[in-house]
Design a protein around this ligand. Structure first.
Ligand SMILES: C[S@@+](CC[C@H](N)C(=O)[O-])C[C@H]1O[C@@H](n2cnc3c(N)ncnc32)[C@H](O)[C@@H]1O
Length: 333
């Protein structure tokens, strides 16, 4: 799906910025009016990846859910939740707050959370969209129940304890997107897609045997043409950190045939702090040997598009505000 047109984005942003707050709001997704601040504590724990994945998948299927994008998208949105704290010290308070919200408020919160990254990384935002499109749909009651059940399971099993840390090295201890996607898939589709991600221990071993920290000069590019959710790069980045290097100083190209896996890789690129040269594309790396180059060109195009939209929003808000001030002044005479 293509990006929304510049005109649509500008007009939505200007209306949002200039419309007065509505007193009798009936929007079921509005956190201010439909949300709650009565938030009982929620017991959380750092479960292993396997336990986390199974618990979230079980919560989804027990609630009657069938599609994969909703539960995987919930984990992605929670992992991207913009509030981070040192040692994830705020994770439990945040978990209680999120857990207490009604389903419509959760859905809107997840949409807003994903959208907050458009300004920062429009290319990764676009690659991650298969995980968030459902937030714009009119979900049925079964799906809404599932949203609440999955959110609670993910929070209980520690999604924010893992990903709510302000230090990207801490957030890179686990590949939650891989655990949730592989746990959700039924045996058959996992097999047919060849979607068996390399176990974390083996990935760590590979990164350390290859001694990537010493062998890779600053600024080097890494490329995985069948990246899954990027598990090999998580270990590579951690190995670089162990050598005192910053993964954000390197380039990372992740390609994958499966839209959900590629979307998971885009989320991980942000969560793990892979930096401005992390590129993700969904496509067949065997059939299209130029997929990586096309992704780099697209990344630059989307950044230009974002800059143009932001500039036009600023101009439109300034001129509309001036217009409103002039009207008020004229009316008062
Ligand atoms: C075995 S997993 C490996 C994932 C990751 N590299 C790792 O080691 O954890 C294989 C991945 O390759 C992807 N894949 C299979 N054929 C592909 C192709 N022709 N182009 C791009 N990705 C492909 C699958 O979707 C799957 O996510």
């Amino acid at each position: 799906m293509s990006s929304p047109s510049i005109a649509t984005q500008v007009s939505q942003a200007v209306s949002q910025a200039l419309s007065p707050a509505v007193g009798n709001c009936t929007d079921p997704g509005c956190a201010r009016h439909a949300g709650t601040t009565q938030c009982p504590p929620l017991a959380t724990m750092r479960s292993s990846g396997a336990v986390f994945g199974e618990a979230v998948a079980e919560a989804w299927y027990a609630a009657g859910g069938s599609r994969l994008d909703i539960p995987a998208g919930i984990v992605a949105a929670l992992a991207l939740w913009p509030h981070k704290s040192s040692g994830a010290s705020d994770a439990d308070a945040l978990a209680s707050y999120i857990d207490a919200q009604p389903p419509h408020v959760l859905v809107r919160g997840f949409a807003d959370c994903a959208d907050s990254y458009w300004g920062l990384r429009p290319d990764l935002w676009e690659a991650a969209r298969p995980l968030f499109r459902w937030t714009r749909e009119d979900l049925n009651p079964t799906e809404l129940n599932g949203v609440q059940a999955v959110t609670r399971a993910a929070l209980r099993h520690g999604v924010l304890l893992y990903t709510g840390d302000s230090d990207p090295a801490e957030r890179s201890r686990i590949d939650l997107m891989s655990w949730i996607i592989t746990s959700l898939r039924h045996g058959y589709s996992t097999h047919s897609l060849g979607e068996h991600h390399t176990p974390p221990d083996i990935s760590h071993l590979l990164a350390s045997v290859l001694d990537v920290g010493r062998a890779s000069p600053r600024g080097d590019w890494f490329m995985d043409p069948a990246a899954g959710t990027g598990g090999l790069f998580r270990c590579t980045a951690q190995e670089l950190r162990r050598e005192g290097l910053n993964p954000a100083d390197f380039g990372w190209v992740m390609l994958d045939l499966d839209p959900l896996a590629a979307a998971g890789a885009a989320v991980n690129a942000i969560v793990w702090g892979l930096g401005p040269r992390a590129v993700v594309a969904c496509g067949d790396a065997l059939a299209n040997p130029d997929l990586d180059k096309e992704a780099l060109t697209r990344q630059r195009g989307l950044a230009r598009h974002r800059d143009s939209v932001v500039a036009q929003i600023g101009f439109a808000i300034a001129t509309r505000t001036t217009d409103q001030l002039l009207c008020a002044l004229t009316a008062s005479r």
